[in-house]
Design a protein around this ligand. Sequence first.
Ligand SMILES: C[S@@+](CC[C@H](N)C(=O)[O-])C[C@H]1O[C@@H](n2cnc3c(N)ncnc32)[C@H](O)[C@@H]1O
Length: 346
Amino acid sequence: MTASQNDRVYERFQLIVNGPALFNAIVTGLELDVFRHLRDNPDADFEQLRLFTGLPAHSLRVLLLALTATELVTKRDGRYRNSAVADETLAEERPDSWRETLIGWRRFQYPAFPHATSALRAGRNTALEAFPGAGDTLYARLAHDPRLVAAYHDSIAPFTHLFVTGLLDNPELSSVRHLLDVGGGDGTTAIRFARRFPEAEVTIFDMPAVAEHAEVAVPADLADRIRLHPGDLFTDEFPEGVDGVLFSHVLEPFGARQNVELLTKALRALPSGGRIFAYGLTAPDDEDGGLLAARLSLYLNVLVSVGGLAHPAKDYERWLWEAGAAGVKSFTGLPYEHGLVVGTKG
Ligand SMILES: C[S@@+](CC[C@H](N)C(=O)[O-])C[C@H]1O[C@@H](n2cnc3c(N)ncnc32)[C@H](O)[C@@H]1O
């Protein structure tokens, strides 16, 4: 055995380079409902799995070889079981299950990555050409088709559920009476915020096609506290009458100039003492490390927009000062590589 075979970096290298094939095997397992079946039938044997999946025996052999290689499924004495991680992340009917997210990554994100070299060379999201229509961001292209809007937001909602806890648990948010959720998407964050703070109201600002999608998702008992305000981030003013403006996973797709413009506009909509919350995947200030931050940054630049990054907190701090905020505070190291930067209007 060579030194490199004992090395942690070598082990990561092996996982990463074999990852695309194994990732797709996991999604196939999801599409064939293998993980739910194994949750309900632990210790199923090959024949039970063959009858359940309807796959030809040889195909099932190939799939199970891949799933056991991931260790999400284990095999003992010819019987198969989910690992605890598979039970928790892939089999449960929970709003934060990774199931729809991974299916969405396969559909929307991973077909774009082979364009990485051309996109990085060109300095623009060249993979966008796969989505017909006008507009130079993925969001603008999706907005042409309500079915795409629905599928895209179904795929990101579980991650929003998973990530939103780091935001809602931060005491800075608890005194907000009326939150403007800019780029609020399908309303997942607004609903979780309204449930956590029963006295507060939320206005979701998003593109008209997305606002229509969100409107149906708002439960009847929250309809008097969650409102929709369709509009364009860059061409429309934000509605006033709010005391907090949230950008949750909305500033990562854009670069410095656009983000200062958005933060300036948010400050304009706020009264004195009102606060801006910039929340999202945040690379460390020294930009070293972070799998989720690295993956998101590549995906943004290859497919979504120009200038995107899991911006480090120091960038948000600088932009908030430039926009004219009177005080700025950062909370970094939140779960799932997240950070929150809060700016106050003087
Ligand atoms: C990554 S999603 C974030 C959704 C949600 N805030 C969350 O935390 O999961 C970005 C959102 O920004 C919205 N968005 C992007 N460009 C926009 C624009 N020009 N005008 C309005 N909304 C926009 C998208 O429609 C989408 O809902």
